[in-house]
Design a protein around this ligand. Structure first.
Ligand SMILES: NC(=O)c1ccc[n+]([C@@H]2O[C@H](COP(=O)([O-])OP(=O)(O)OC[C@H]3O[C@@H](n4cnc5c(N)ncnc54)[C@H](O)[C@@H]3O)[C@@H](O)[C@H]2O)c1
Length: 353
């Protein structure tokens, strides 16, 4: 039985809590033992304000768990934890993750990995030093529709990628602890927090580009770039771009559209669609009138549950983290930093190094 703890039960933490409760109900071999949050109000039941459906909703019986208001106290008293989920504001990821690793606990830490590359490196080095596993919650890598896309790119079954567009946008988060989301030095704004999902997907699918060209706009006072558009410059010339914002009046949407030589794959309005383009074959053919989109059915469990089950499974089986390695998450941070530098220079190309 893997014994787990949660640090941070704000909005996303409550989502993780729901998943741990499900794991216990379904006998997945994971037992949630301890919960820590600095804010005692979080140990009360309330309707969480959150933009991911009803993920964080629920009436929780906190008396079933060892509850703490301090990470230090939790680490001092809990001697049997195999893993913790660190779901605190981004500026605390490095410090809390390293503390847990130093206490011999494997850490699943939410995205974005940390605020800068030095912190990312420290997290990786600490995991190595204490011989513990570290994984970052770059959940799109576990998302069925994005797994399908990864498979299309990797197998080459529709030929090479010609172009790809990735969008993620919505209204801005309003629920956070001391409003950390809107403080550039604490959360990094939309370009750092929300955009990181698509940046990580670009890294996962195509690797790091040579350069990026980004335009960004700050909208909320004190925040960072709250709207960004980026082109990724690759040697093979594929036209890859992303767009992201926190500026929509209300709601949230995420989509992609990728043109391969022999097909277009797109994910829109929660539907995965495929249109065949084999007949076109890179030529202008007056007889090729295009084909229609067909829905693709993909199987997959909740990606937030899947990433935790993968992580816990590696601990149980004594295996290293071979998928979604922390080094990959650090590369994604490298990429987003290049985008910020390009925005700072109003769209000048910036090398990714
Ligand atoms: N993977 C995703 O799709 C996704 C979605 C939303 C948020 N997130 C990430 O999850 C993390 C948390 O986001 P959130 O929306 O839940 O924020 P939040 O502000 O709602 O919650 C943060 C919680 O951490 C607690 N906290 C602060 N300092 C602490 C400390 N020293 N010790 C213990 N607890 C402490 C706060 O009291 C609060 O309850 C962020 O890194 C965010 O980027 C990921």
């Amino acid at each position: 039985m893997i014994k787990a703890g949660i640090i941070g039960i704000g909005s996303m933490g409550r989502g993780h809590l729901n998943n741990y409760l499900k794991f216990m109900e379904e006998n997945k071999g994971i037992e949630l033992v301890a919960i820590c949050d600095i804010d005692e109000n979080k140990f009360k039941n309330y309707k969480a304000d959150f933009n991911i459906g009803n993920m964080a909703d629920g009436e929780f019986d906190f008396s079933k768990f060892h509850c703490y208001l301090s990470v230090d106290e939790m680490l001092e008293k809990e001697k049997e934890l195999d893993m913790v989920s660190v779901i605190v504001p981004t500026y605390m990821h490095c410090e809390i993750t390293c503390k847990c690793l130093e206490h011999g606990i494997n850490v699943f830490c939410e995205k974005p990995m940390a605020l800068n590359l030095e912190q990312c490196q420290k997290m990786i080095d600490t995991a190595k030093k204490y011989d513990k596993r570290l994984m970052i919650g770059q959940c799109l890598r576990f998302w069925a529709e994005y797994e399908y896309l990864k498979d299309c790119v990797e197998t080459g079954r529709f030929g090479k990628v010609i172009s790809g567009y990735f969008f993620r946008g919505g209204s801005t988060p309003v629920w956070s602890y001391n409003d950390w989301y809107h403080k550039k030095e604490l959360g990094g704004g939309a370009i750092y927090d929300q955009h990181i999902h698509d940046v990580d997907m670009v890294n996962h699918l195509f690797g790091l580009p040579e350069k990026v060209v980004s335009i960004g706009k700050n909208y909320y006072e004190g925040s960072n770039y709250d709207a960004v558009s980026t082109n990724y410059i690759y040697k093979d010339g594929a036209v890859i771009n992303t767009q992201n914002d926190w500026c929509e009046a209300t709601g949230f949407a995420a989509l992609y559209r990728v043109n391969f030589e022999k097909a277009t794959v797109k994910y829109e309005n929660g539907e995965l669609l495929l249109a065949d383009a084999t007949a076109r074959n890179g030529k202008i053919d007056p007889d090729f009138k295009g084909t229609s989109y067909n829905k693709v059915k993909v199987e997959g469990i909740d990606p937030y549950a899947k990433e935790i089950l993968y992580f816990a499974g590696c601990i149980r089986d004594g295996k290293p983290i071979e998928f979604n390695k922390p080094e990959d998450s650090m590369d994604t941070i490298k990429l987003v930093h290049a985008e910020i530098a390009s925005c700072d220079k109003q769209g000048e190309p910036v090398e990714v190094k």
